[in-house]
Design a protein around this ligand. Structure first.
Ligand code: SF4
Length: 533
């Protein structure tokens, strides 16, 4: 195994998490929040190196569709990035220098060449937890390898801290007032450059940790408060595995002839069900009744009352779905394509089923987060099971429109499936492609793929085009040529919270700009600050 700072840090933080990620090669469905540290961190790096438009474009592309929270993060990028860029002399700077040996791999964010032939090494951190980073082994390791492998003398080591601004819209504020306060807070915040002194003991500790990894047989769980930011938390703590993506050699081989997994959304009667009906050996699991216009096999999903003598018994629609999924996954049938029509109705069926089971009338009645959690962990695994079963699967939803407010105050309409984002983003991660069915003025119908940030889209495959005629055979011609979507997120995740112990903006109460920019106490002899790189 080739080691990196983040791999070793993961092992130190939790051996079990290390095993899942690096030994078993298991990843999870990506569903980044607007302030996801990985996405923001990568956008910051891109903006520092390539400019603000590149950062904003890349950031926007990471999401199925944008909302106002994404616009807030874009505002942060646009105000903070110039502050960092102003510190850098681009004539002497090299970005993202890779160090690669037989047993180590790392990327140095910024190298600055000095006139005496030495170089300075800097790492960008989008964080307010300065002290934790100053104790990190990361830069010491980089200096060690850079001098050993690249035969270059390293002068200064330092971090460039980009402040995180956590403020939320108050109930008394409208969007304009909140944005004005956010912009002012961002302008008041300060980027800080902090140097550290090289410490050989940090490098020795790194190699000791590598030795521990090399002899590890057991990988115990290490539950800490950081578990709340662990991608594997649900699997680790509750045994829920619908979010897991197994390594390639263990995945069901995608049948490029019969097994596309897609999610269509669009207006009612736009041709979605007719399109799905053209698929081979199709079975419709239908909730909205429009299956009567097509000829494929169908199961009508609805609550049914069974009367047995004087006793009435309700067979819930969701139970019918569970039974159908169970039967389909066992095999012993000739269906090759399963159509779920409509996904949002199924979620509603699931809710009603769970309300009955829990004797509640709304998710909130089960206690904070618990009801929602139980509906989610009942619903999504069934969808996951179906999309993983090796059949063609076509999920169908209606579309809804909503509005976002751009930075300049302009209102823009976004179009997405009729499902809450927390469900929609997860399902988008389970399918090959999400497509919106559109009807042109000449009544031609198209399946349109995501090309902008106002239309919901995503998926695991890249179709290399923005639309295809709404015809199953034409879609399949395209599907056979589709390529896997290349990951745009960091391949070697470095979760800042793991190192810093900081909490996400979801759980941070509002802090003032004074807190954001408060100077670090320089009471430790190894630290000193400087103004510019
Ligand atoms: S949830 Fe906690 S204990 Fe479990 S793998 Fe993640 S970090 Fe380790």
């Amino acid at each position: 195994m080739r080691f990196s700072h983040s791999r070793v840090s993961t092992f130190v933080q939790c051996p079990y998490k290390f095993k899942l990620r690096y030994v078993d090669g298991i990843t999870t469905i990506e569903d980044p929040k607007p302030d996801d540290p990985l996405v923001i961190g990568k956008a910051m790096h891109m903006g520092i190196e390539e400019g603000i438009p590149a950062a904003v474009k890349w950031y926007s592309e990471q999401f199925t569709v944008l909302n106002d929270l994404h616009i807030h993060e874009i505002i942060k990028l646009e105000i903070l990035l110039p502050k960092v860029r102003n510190l850098i002399d681009y004539d002497t700077a090299t970005f993202e220098l890779e160090i690669e040996t037989d047993d180590f791999n790392g990327f140095i964010d910024l190298i600055v060449k000095n006139s005496d032939g030495t170089v300075d090494v800097f790492d960008f951190k989008y964080s307010n937890n300065v002290d934790n980073y100053l104790e990190s082994e990361q830069l010491h390791i980089y200096k060690h390898y850079l001098e050993k492998i690249n035969q270059v003398k390293v002068g200064r080591l330092g971090y460039i801290f980009i402040p995180k601004v956590f403020i939320r819209q108050k109930k008394t504020e409208d969007m304009y007032q909140f944005r004005r306060r956010l912009i002012q807070t961002l302008h008041d915040s300060k980027v800080r450059v902090m140097e550290i002194i090289y410490d050989q003991q940090k490098v020795d500790q790194f190699f000791q940790n590598i030795s521990s990894i090399q002899v590890a047989v057991d990988y115990p769980k290490n539950p800490t408060k950081l578990c709340d930011w662990c991608d594997y938390q649900e699997h680790c703590m509750k045994g829920i595995d619908y979010m897991l993506i197994l390594p390639k050699n263990e995945r069901v081989q995608v049948d490029k002839e019969t097994a596309p997994v897609l999610w269509l959304y669009g207006l009612p009667f736009s041709g979605k069900t007719t399109f799905a009906n053209q698929a081979p050996d199709v079975l419709h699991l239908n909730t909205d009744g429009n299956v009567k216009y097509v000829d494929g096999a169908r199961i009508i999903i609805r609550d049914e009352i069974k009367v047995n003598g004087r006793i009435k018994e309700t067979v819930f629609a969701w139970q019918m779905i569970k039974d159908a999924v169970e039967t389909l996954c066992v095999g012993q049938h000739d269906f090759k394509t399963i159509v779920i029509d409509l996904v949002e109705d199924l979620l509603e069926n699931c809710r009603i089923y769970m309300y009955d089971k829990l004797s509640i009338t709304h998710e909130a009645d089960a206690g904070y987060g618990k009801g929602y959690d139980m509906v989610r962990t009942e619903f999504l695994p069934q969808i996951r099971r179906l999309t993983n079963a090796g059949y063609g699967v076509i999920l169908i939803s209606h579309e809804v429109i909503s509005e976002i407010t751009k930075r300049n105050g302009e209102k823009v309409t976004t179009i997405k499936p009729n499902l809450q984002d927390k469900y929609a983003n997860k399902i988008a991660g389970m399918v090959d492609i999400v497509g919106r069915v559109i009807i042109e003025e000449d009544d031609s119908r198209w399946l349109k793929f995501k090309t902008d940030n106002i239309q919901f889209g995503g998926g695991r495959l890249n179709f290399g085009t923005d639309k295809v005629e709404l015809d199953y055979n034409k879609f399949m011609d395209l599907y056979r040529t589709a390529k896997p979507e290349t990951g745009t997120r960091l391949s070697e995740p470095v979760i800042p919270q793991e190192l810093t112990g900081e909490v996400s903006s979801e759980s941070v109460s509002e802090v003032t700009s004074a807190e954001v920019t408060s100077p670090v106490q320089e009471d430790k002899p190894k630290r000193r600050s400087r103004r510019a790189v």
